[in-house]
Write a new protein. Structure first.
Lengths: 163, 569
């Protein structure tokens, strides 16, 4: 099953490679990984999307907790949470496709953030499945480039991951 | 007080009451070595290869519980040390490794003797640091010692660029350390202890299975007391030998791939298993699916939560420091009136004693050729079971584990997890530094010993009266055994050709050398080595049976009840 694991870790050089090294060394899977400093600059927040059986996910969280630089680990997908990913898509936008592309972007609440006489760059946020759905809907041959940030997530309501 | 980085390193080691630093100098650590030269609070042991420095520090720790300390230079100094570090990491041994690094402004420039030390060692340490500012040096070393020996212990590396050792700052050694991201000490959950006790009292076929954690946490006394109160059978893993006295009647021997018939059968057929500081390694339980084919309740006690439910599902997990958990379990047991089911336990012991009757470790010693098992049995007799025994890796390691009965913890020193050939001699050195009066035997083979043979020189320099028991069968014995069993008896590269004359080799290094060819000479030779040559380093080259195999054996991937016994062949 797919899990979203949130990690608070010391904002130290090499902390990221400790986490990514753990995943490769123990043959855990990473679908996406995002990391940035938090409002407290001594801490980084990392979000990893992984999949595996319950016992694999249990091992992942235990092994993450064992890393000396890791302060806290939470499996966000255990309870209600919000998940978001940002995608930028550069598409060919000429002739009749120009109008159609704008229309589909609007339906998905996307924004066109760069425009030339032959291309758009569309910015889209949402959960993974929404971004996937957008790519499914538009004509494949028109897609020039896509870039996705990977998932970040946060618990709903009173669930707070903080030191 | 303003001190240079090099002076700070020395002060920190003194503050940690370090006795010995095992190491090898080189360009990046010259300022540190210069400060070593100016002090006499701790001693430096100059090895002949950095790998041996780490192994020696490792065994120093295994045999004393103190933290082992090494110092190596940048680049090849570090890469040579990696095998030693990985060995210690797999067996959870507390070490602090200080490595030199090229000056900070050279890092990343492919400088002479530069390597990415923190990157190379990251997967085989508990933690590592690169010190980028001399002001961080003292606190980093303090953290290294703290992390190495707390929680589940392990090696910690501190990489110090050369310019940092010349920069100065105010020195103050922190008295305590607190890290928000590392809080290793957890109090065990009393509710879980009660649940465990309930299962223990209901058991019909109970079993205590204990590992290296008992040794590392000094929990042997608590284990013995609990086992005696319960009357349950006890088995030890390879790493756990000595954690429970091998001569005790409740001891059923080592379990696992080369464990006794009774230990493996009892492990397989028990209905309540108490795992204490052990991790259900593949060499211990074989195939987890086969192990799980019989239903049993498992209580798993360990300091490291990630060891629990890693290879087998567990009914009652207890995370905690073993002496505390076992103490609490004992107190809970003493408090209540119920006792284990005596009738069921008697029936269980009857079954175990039947399995014992197989005498799975029996072998035949003839008049002509020395059997390796016989050498170990005689070693046990001659040393009165009181020696510290180190081993290398292979058949001789298994025979030492099977036939030398360890009654005390920290006496059996071997590389269980990584299985590193070449550890035996440097291990024996480390043991002797930690225990200056001890009898130290290194059980090895003609292949393993050659992997760190250069340390014969270190042993001479420091006058270490180690006895090397070389079981020389002219084969990579364990490889040959597997080739015989699983590869159509094709001995691909397992014959050891062009062996040196070990007697002359020992003598060339200034030691006593002996070659023993006949069974009748085994005991007299051992008595001479441990008697007349008590204070000498003696290299004993025993020419043993080339065909001897280690039994019982469970093939890799097979189940515990699927043992091959010597008599089956």
């Amino acid at each position: 099953m797919r899990h979203i694991i949130s990690i608070l870790l010391e904002n130290e050089a090499g902390a990221l490679s400790r986490v990514s090294g753990l995943f490769s060394a123990r043959a855990f899977n990473i679908e996406s990984l995002t990391v940035a400093a938090t409002e407290d600059s001594s801490l980084s927040r990392m979000t990893i999307v992984s999949s595996g059986s319950d016992s694999v996910i249990e091992q992942i969280t235990k092994q993450l907790n064992k890393l000396i630089d890791v302060v806290k680990v939470v499996d966000l997908s255990e309870a209600p949470h919000i998940e978001r990913e940002l995608m930028l898509v550069k598409v060919r936008a000429t002739g009749k496709d120009r109008e159609e592309m704008k229309r589909v972007a609007d339906i998905f609440r996307g924004r066109i953030v760069d425009i030339t006489d032959s291309t758009y760059v569309i910015e889209l946020t949402g959960d993974c499945s929404k971004l996937d759905a957008f790519l499914d809907v538009i004509e494949k041959s028109l897609v020039l480039e896509t870039v996705r940030t990977g998932v970040c997530g946060i618990g709903r309501g009173d669930r707070i991951l903080k030191v | 007080m303003q001190l240079t980085g090099a002076e700070i390193v020395v002060k920190c080691l003194q503050e940690e009451k370090v006795e010995y630093v095992f190491g090898y100098p080189g360009g990046s650590v010259l300022y540190i070595y210069d400060e070593f030269f100016k002090q006499d609070k701790f001693k430096h042991v100059l090895v002949r290869h950095e790998q041996a420095a780490v192994h020696a520090a490792d065994a120093y720790s295994r045999s004393s519980k103190k933290v082992g300390v090494c110092l190596v230079t940048s680049g090849p100094g570090v890469t040579n040390a990696v095998t030693g570090i990985a060995t210690a990491n797999m067996d959870s041994i507390p070490l602090v490794i200080i490595s030199g690094q090229v000056p900070t402004h050279y890092i990343g420039q492919d400088a002479f003797q530069e390597c990415d030390t923190v990157g190379i060692t990251r997967p085989c340490v508990k933690h590592n640091f690169l010190v980028k500012d001399v002001k961080d040096l003292a606190v980093t070393i303090k953290k290294a010692f703290y992390i190495a020996q707390s929680g589940r212990p392990g090696p910690v590396l501190v990489d110090i660029p050369k310019d940092i050792t010349t920069h100065s700052c105010e020195f103050e050694y922190p008295k305590t350390i607190a890290m928000r991201s590392y809080t290793p000490h957890v109090k065990c959950h009393s509710g879980q202890v009660k649940k465990a006790l309930q299962l223990i009292l209901e058991a019909k076929r109970p079993m205590l299975y204990t590992g290296g954690g008992v040794i590392l946490s000094d929990a042997a006394n608590q284990l013995i007391k609990l086992a005696h109160s319960l009357g349950f059978p006890v088995t030890n893993t390879l790493m756990g030998l000595g954690g429970y006295p091998a001569t005790d009647k409740q001891f059923v021997g080592m379990l696992g791939m080369h464990g006794t018939y009774e230990a493996n059968m009892a492990m397989h057929h028990c209905d309540v298993l108490v795992a204490i500081g052990a991790r259900f390694d593949d060499r211990v339980i074989g195939n987890p699916a086969d192990f799980g084919s019989i239903s049993r309740k498992i209580i798993h006690i360990d300091i490291d939560p990630s060891s629990i439910a890693k290879r087998v599902d567990v009914d009652v997990p207890i995370v905690g420091h073993l002496p505390e958990v076992l103490g609490e379990l004992q107190a809970a047991f003493d408090e209540q009136k119920a006792k284990p089911d005596a009738a069921a336990l008697a029936a269980w012991w009857k079954q175990i004693n039947e399995w014992r009757g197989k005498n799975s470790l029996k072998y035949k010693q003839g008049k002509e050729i020395i059997m390796p098992q016989y050498v170990i049995e005689k070693l046990y007799e001659v040393t009165g079971g009181e020696a510290f025994v180190t081993s290398d890796v292979g058949q001789h390691q298994m025979w030492a584990a099977q036939y030398y009965k360890f009654d005390k913890p920290r006496r059996w020193i071997n590389s269980g997890g990584l299985g590193t050939m070449g550890v035996g001699l440097p291990y024996a050195m480390g043991v002797r530094f930690a225990n200056p009066e001890a009898t130290v035997a290194c059980v090895t083979g003609e292949a393993s010993i050659q992997m760190n043979i250069q340390e014969l020189s270190t042993a001479k320099q420091f006058r270490l009266p180690i006895k090397v028991i070389n079981l020389n069968n002219r084969y990579l014995g364990m490889v040959r055994q597997w080739q015989e069993m699983f590869h159509g008896n094709r001995h691909a590269e397992s014959y050891v050709n062009a062996l040196p004359d070990f007697v002359k080799l020992a003598e060339a290094y200034g030691h006593v050398g002996m070659q023993i060819n006949r069974p009748a000479d085994v005991e007299p030779a051992l008595r001479e080595a441990f008697g007349k040559y008590k204070n000498e380093f003696v290299f004993m080259d025993f020419i043993t049976d080339q065909t001897a195999n280690v039994y019982p054996m469970i093939a890799a991937g097979k189940g515990l009840s699927d043992m091959v016994l010597a008599e089956d062949l």
